[in-house]
Design a binder for this molecule. Sequence first.
Ligand code: FMN
Length: 478
Amino acid sequence: MAFRDLREFIAALEKTGDLVRIKKEVDWDVEAGAVSRRVFEQSGPCLWFERVKDYPEGFTLLNGPVGTWRRVAIALGLAPDTPVREIYREYEKRLENRIKPRIVDRSEAPCKENVLLGDEVDLYRLPAPMLHEGDGGRYIGTWDIVVCQDPETGWTNWGMYRFMVHNKNFLAGWPQATSQLALIMKEKYLPQNKAMPVALVIGAEPVCHMVATAPVRPGEDEAEVAGALRGEPVDLVKCETSDLLVPAHAEIVIEGEIPADIIVPDGPFGEYPGYRSGTMAEGVAFRVKAITYRNNPILTMTTLGVPPDDSSIAASLTAAVGMKKGLERRGVPVTDVYVPPEGVTHLVIVGVREGGTRVTRKVLDFFTARRVMVNKVIVVDQDVDVFNMGQVLHAFATKCHPGRGMLVDYHEGRANALTPCYSAEERRRLKGAFVAFDATWPEEWPREVIPVRASFQDIYSPTTREKVLARWQEYGLT
Ligand SMILES: Cc1cc2nc3c(=O)[nH]c(=O)nc-3n(C[C@H](O)[C@H](O)[C@H](O)COP(=O)(O)O)c2cc1C
């Protein structure tokens, strides 16, 4: 059964020992961020900071809702120790049955328990954290859902984009030029010099946030995708100041608009690839018109940085499924796709039934044509478990030819302004080099010349394996 809200999810995490309540007062100014960062780097629990300096009791911070695979499994209603491969499978399977959201009345929407409008709007009433030293400001939107709409088609987009407090009624953010929000703004609002209505949602139940990180195609309803993954409809409620619909059980909703004619400074920020992003630069302005929140609001955050954290884990799952389907459509004999969190969506492992240069080239062409941030892919044969990085590294080291095994496209990859290895020029053009490593046996090699892998599975006959396995406990082994 799905969690109705973040609070039910927190209770589940507490039961399985995946959440720690911090009862001592903690400073929103860097301290909560530093604690969270260290705990991420230990793959530790979700942290609930119950007393935040300068804020009334009940205004709390929660770091890392899905910062481990265990918490992702729990969010999806699976056993905490479900293997990553099975989490991927279940995610893919559930996506097949979309479930439409339920529109509820405001009386059924806890996010309306407190409503600040007009002059009452003051972002400083919420304990936005200064997450890293050197950040440009207090990022209130990290583990968020930013809702906007295409005014022509009526399609609603959810995206997770960072937003920091600029002053009491303005936020500054950085939806990348390739994000759906930026595209809708550029194509549908800017030409008419119109402000775009937006809502920034904080602390909805975890699956909705995971879906906001997914590269869902325009026209696809992310609330329906979240419904599919939850197995139950998402409850949505209308905003106070626009017709946008937001998750009714969210902790906090910040409503407003992105004006066509205002730019505010944003960043720098300790970012998802694991480095601080450049310098303060031109950001998107978000004029706040209303803030609504539950009693005792829980402000969710994710102290991004070197993996693992919510970003690398959630994106591993949400990015991979679309890639697998896309590769299949292109005729790649794909068996599995894994986006290892350590590779922060810049590295992808693709398993194929038949390998070789031709197939690897197809894989490369698929990625360079897509709106994704990948710049390296390793293609492996199907006897390599793509989820096992030890096996992938072994195949890469032994099967990838240092010359013909490296297929480089110098210009066509989709560059990301945050990709650390790209030159300033590549980041500016949003296009950069892409490399596919062919760690498969060449298709033209006859079977006899392909070396037998010296593993228990491959180098021993079934008779020997069966005999040894049957006597395993006799040897005193478990
Ligand atoms: C914690 C977190 C923060 C993110 N911040 C941003 C951001 O500030 N700008 C951005 O363009 N993408 C950001 N992303 C990536 C987007 O959420 C992701 O690309 C998503 O697909 C965007 O939705 P869209 O495809 O509807 O644009 C972030 C992802 C995570 C997990």
